[in-house]
Each structure stands twice: as C-alpha cells, then as structure tokens.
Ligand binder design. Structure first.
Ligand SMILES: Cc1cc2nc3c(=O)[nH]c(=O)nc-3n(C[C@H](O)[C@H](O)[C@H](O)COP(=O)(O)OP(=O)(O)OC[C@H]3O[C@@H](n4cnc5c(N)ncnc54)[C@H](O)[C@@H]3O)c2cc1C
Length: 488
C-alpha cells in the first residue's frame, strides 16, 4: 500500500526542469510565497499581464494539499450560501458567487490546455436526512437568485444512481467537474514557466520586510526585492508572517484510493461524478473505472495518513456494505486552512502585501479566482477583491483554537450522522409498519376474523420520543463509534 503525505504523488515531472533553489539575489515586480494552487495561479496571471514574477516554494511544487486532493471543481465557497447572503446582502453575495463560478471556469480552461487531462463531469450533493423542503428552497436560491445550473434529484434517483439507501434527496451540479490533482498542479507549473514565471523550490522564505516601496524577502541563501509580495503559503506560512498564519485553523484531511473493485463497483454506483454529503463527512468518486477515491477523516493535528485506512474502510462499509471487504491501494492527506468566517482570505493587507489563503476544503475554484483577482488588481487596478473585505483576518486561536475547532468539528459531524441514522430509521420503521399492517389485514381476511381495531382506524404510531429512543439505542452507538473512528 502506498502512503503519501499530501502531494508526494505529484512526483517527478519529466517535462519540468530540475528543481532550482534560489541561490542568488534577485529583483522582480512580484514575489509569490508558495507554489500551491493559489500561488501558481497568481503567478501565471501576473506574468501573462506582463509582470516579472518569482515564486518561492519551501519544499516542492504542490507539496501540500494542492498536489493531492479529490479534484472536484464546483461553484461557491465553504460558507453556505444562506450565511453568505446574511453576511453581505443579496447583491454582494451574488457578485461573490459569480466570481466563484469564474474561478471554476478558469480551472476548466486551464485543464483543457493540459495534455492528457481528462475531466469527469457532474457533482452530486446528497442529504443524510429527509429534508426535501430545505432542498427545494436551496435549489430555488441557486438557480433563480444565483443563476447556477442545478437539478433536484428525488430520493429514488439518488439511490438508484448511488446504489445505497443511505442518502435522501440530492442537488446535482451538471457543470461541476473533476480534474486529476497531480496532472493539474504539474500543468499549472508548466503554464507558469511558459508565461515566464521563475519557480524556485527548496527555498523557504524565512522573513520579509514589507515596509517601503521595494519590499525585501529573505531566504536561507539569497535575498529578493519586489514591489509586491503575495503570501500564498496557506497554513505553513509560519515565521515570515506569523500573525497572518494564526488567522487560519489548520485541518488535516485524509483520503484513500482503493484497490480495483472490479465489476461490483460498476454494478453498485452508476454515477461517475463526485458525491459529497451535505454535512461534509464523506466525499468520494469512482476513479480509474473501478476504484473508489474517498475522503472523510479530519484532524486538527498532523498525523500519518496510514492510520486512517481502517477508518475509511469502515466509512465505505457503512455506506456500501454490498461492496464487501475493500483494500486500500494508497492513502494521502494534506492540511487545509480554515478561516473563522468560512470565506477565503483574498486581498491587500498593507500596501504591496497581498494574501491568498484560507481556501479550506473547496480550494480549486476559489484559489483560481484569487489568482485572477490579485493579479488584475496589482496590474490593472481591478478592485473587486474588496468584496472580500467584510471577511476580516481574524485570529483563529492558535493551539487553543485547534482544540476548540476539533471539538466543534466532532460535534457537528457526529450529531449530523446520528440525525441521518434517525431519518433512515424512521423511514425503515414506516415501511416495516405498512408491511406488517398489510400482512395482518391479509391474515384476518384469510381467517375470516376482523382486526381488533375498527376498520379504517390506523394503528397509533409509537410516540416520537419512543421512536427516537429506540432509534438512538439501535444506531447511535454504531454511528458514534464510526464518527469517533473518523475523527481520530
Ligand atoms: C484530501 C483533500 C481533498 C481535497 N479535495 C478537494 C476538492 O475535491 N476540491 C477542492 O476544491 N478542494 C479540495 N481540497 C482543498 C484544496 O486542496 C486546498 O484548498 C488547496 O490545495 C489550497 O491551496 P493553497 O495554494 O492555498 O495551499 P497549499 O496547497 O498549502 O500550498 C501552499 C504552499 O506554500 C508553501 N509555503 C508555505 N510557507 C512557505 C514559506 N514560508 N516559504 C516558501 N513556501 C512556503 C508550502 O510548502 C505549500 O507548497 C482538498 C484537500 C484535501 C487535503
């Protein structure tokens, strides 16, 4: 079984030059710190607009989450759309949403220009609970107020396409798509080089001096001067801008790719896009025809991805018991930066010092959007990044914040899973009850006896409390065991 922490799978790129370290002093227009999705996109866009750009990367291109992820590209942000409207009002929320769609379009166009890249289409957000009403109102908001192509899928369609009774309704995003993460980051680096960007790896930025017109950047073996610095180092930025790093809560997310599952996978899951449950617990898709790529567990501290093989296997078994025993071929993980308000950090924090971070679990469209916004602001005076200014840089609490974040995450994910189990239990109980009623009526008819209840009088249902109690007893222990496992 292969184990990769973050993006080691991005691997050597035959077309790329050998890793270059910055070993001489350099003067450029723009210095970007970090060669992840965000840093590379800012660099490409700025170079295409005529700036001289250097990217300084402490490890190697795509070293963290940007090199290995699930590749789902959707419109929107980590912050739910209702909360976005509440925070900034409908008009600004619409503009922000539009920008997030443009970010997704950017990724599609960039991927289309990468040789050998094949996209898979469509993403499905499924509900763990029977919440048709909520779904309809969300569908209306997305399609009518935010001009987003979406389809509401009834429970039957969701279950037929996904081959599990686990989920209820779904929202299908037919224009969402998936990229291969390794190919995408290599492709971005190639596009950056062709645009004239100079990328230096093994070059950590150890300090910066952002005062003055020409800002100074210090690395272990060289100094660089630039008119603009873009901090795109995400949660690993560290010493050069400690206060900025502390506005992010690092969350390590882990995923696996299974061994080939053969025909049983195709017989079970018909849908070929990606699937995410509405509580953010599981995110998966079929890859290479007969393997599952599955992300689920999270921690607020760094751990080895191999620890999570059994946890992911249990999640798959809970949702797809008919797949039987599933072996893992590869495990990987990476740190995402989560902000207190759930929106990315995009903008100018002081003259000539920019930030592009905090893209959370939805970093493909949002980092692409950030790259465009920042490059256009520096070089063309586009001020749309100011739409993000209501979302201030807020201290995420350092180590205390991590513990609190973990507890809140566990509670949210755990309680929503139990709610899902209750909803499925109620549905099962209703079905079992009507089968029992039919059998009883048939037995009475054959025996020529009458039901002890007057005809037409339905059997009183068990009280909701009794249902909940029974359901909680039946399933909560199993669920909470899985959730505890999922949050190790
Ligand atoms: C398992 C998993 C699945 C995911 N699935 C999806 C998905 O399907 N769709 C989606 O949209 N998003 C997904 N994401 C989220 C997405 O991968 C991230 O949001 C995105 O990669 C963040 O990109 P970034 O450039 O901001 O940060 P990073 O990838 O962290 O890049 C930052 C880079 O900066 C460098 N750096 C930091 N500090 C310094 C310094 N001082 N000097 C020099 N270099 C420095 C680091 O070495 C790193 O390479 C997933 C994440 C994970 C972990």
């Amino acid at each position: 079984m292969a184990e990769t922490f973050a993006s080691a799978t991005a691997g050597p790129d035959q077309d790329a030059p050998l890793r270059a370290r910055l070993s001489f002093d350099l003067d450029v227009d723009i210095c970007v710190i970090g060669a992840g999705l965000a840093g590379l996109t800012v660099a490409i866009e700025a170079a295409r607009l005529g700036a001289s750009v250097a990217v300084l990367e402490g490890r190697h291109i795509g070293w963290n989450a940007s090199g290995r992820h699930l590749g789902t590209v959707m419109p929107g942000y980590g912050l739910p759309i209702g909360d976005l409207i509440e925070r900034v009002g409908l008009n600004d929320a619409r503009e922000l949403w539009q920008l997030s769609k443009q970010g997704a379009d950017y990724v599609r166009a960039a991927a289309a220009a990468m040789p050998g890249m094949t996209l898979t289409e469509g993403a499905l957000e499924v509900s763990n609970v029977d919440a048709g009403e909520t779904l309809i109102s969300r569908l209306q908001t997305l399609s009518e107020d935010f001009s987003t192509e979406v389809e509401g899928w009834q429970v039957d369609r969701v279950r037929e396409q996904l081959g599990t009774p686990r989920y209820f309704h779904g929202i299908h995003f037919p224009r969402a798509f998936q990229v291969d993460s390794g190919q995408y980051i290599k492709g971005l680096a190639g596009q950056a080089r062709r645009a004239g960007v100079r990328i230096f790896e093994d070059t950590p930025v150890v300090s910066i001096d952002p005062s003055g017109i020409r800002k100074r950047v210090v690395t272990p073996s060289a100094r660089l001067r630039a008119s603009h610095i873009v901090a795109a180092g995400n949660v690993h930025l560290g010493a050069p801008l400690r206060r900025l790093s502390e506005t992010l809560l690092p969350v390590w997310r882990y995923a696996a790719v299974t061994e080939p599952l053969g025909e049983r996978l195709g017989e079970t899951i018909a849908f070929r896009g990606s699937v995410a449950d509405s509580d953010g617990v599981d995110h998966f898709r079929v890859v290479d025809g007969d393997r599952l790529m599955w992300a689920s567990p999270e921690t607020t501290w760094e751990a080895r991805p191999s620890r999570f093989g059994p946890v992911i296997a249990r999640r798959i078994a809970a949702i797809y018991p008919r797949l039987g025993k599933v072996a893992m071929a590869e495990l990987f993980g990476g740190a995402v930066g989560v902000t207190v308000h759930g929106m990315p950090q995009i903008g100018q924090v002081q003259k000539g010092l920019w930030v592009a971070s905090g893209f959370g679990r939805q970093g493909l469209n949002t980092s692409a959007m950030a790259g465009q916004l920042i490059a256009r602001s520096i070089l063309q005076g586009d001020e749309r990044w100011k739409l993000f200014s209501p979302f201030e840089l807020v201290w995420a609490g350092g180590a205390t914040g991590r513990v609190a974040g973990h507890l809140i995450g566990m509670w949210g994910r755990g309680s929503s899973a139990v709610a899902g189990a209750l909803a499925r239990y109620r549905e099962g109980a209703r079905a079992r009850e009507s089968v029992r009623e039919a059998r009883l009526a048939e037995a009475n008819r054959q025996a020529g006896t009458r039901s002890r209840r007057p005809p037409g009088m339905p059997r009183p249902p068990p009280s909701p409390e009794a249902q909940d109690e029974a359901a909680t007893r039946a399933v909560a222990s199993r669920e909470s065991e899985q959730i505890r496992g999922g949050s190790v």
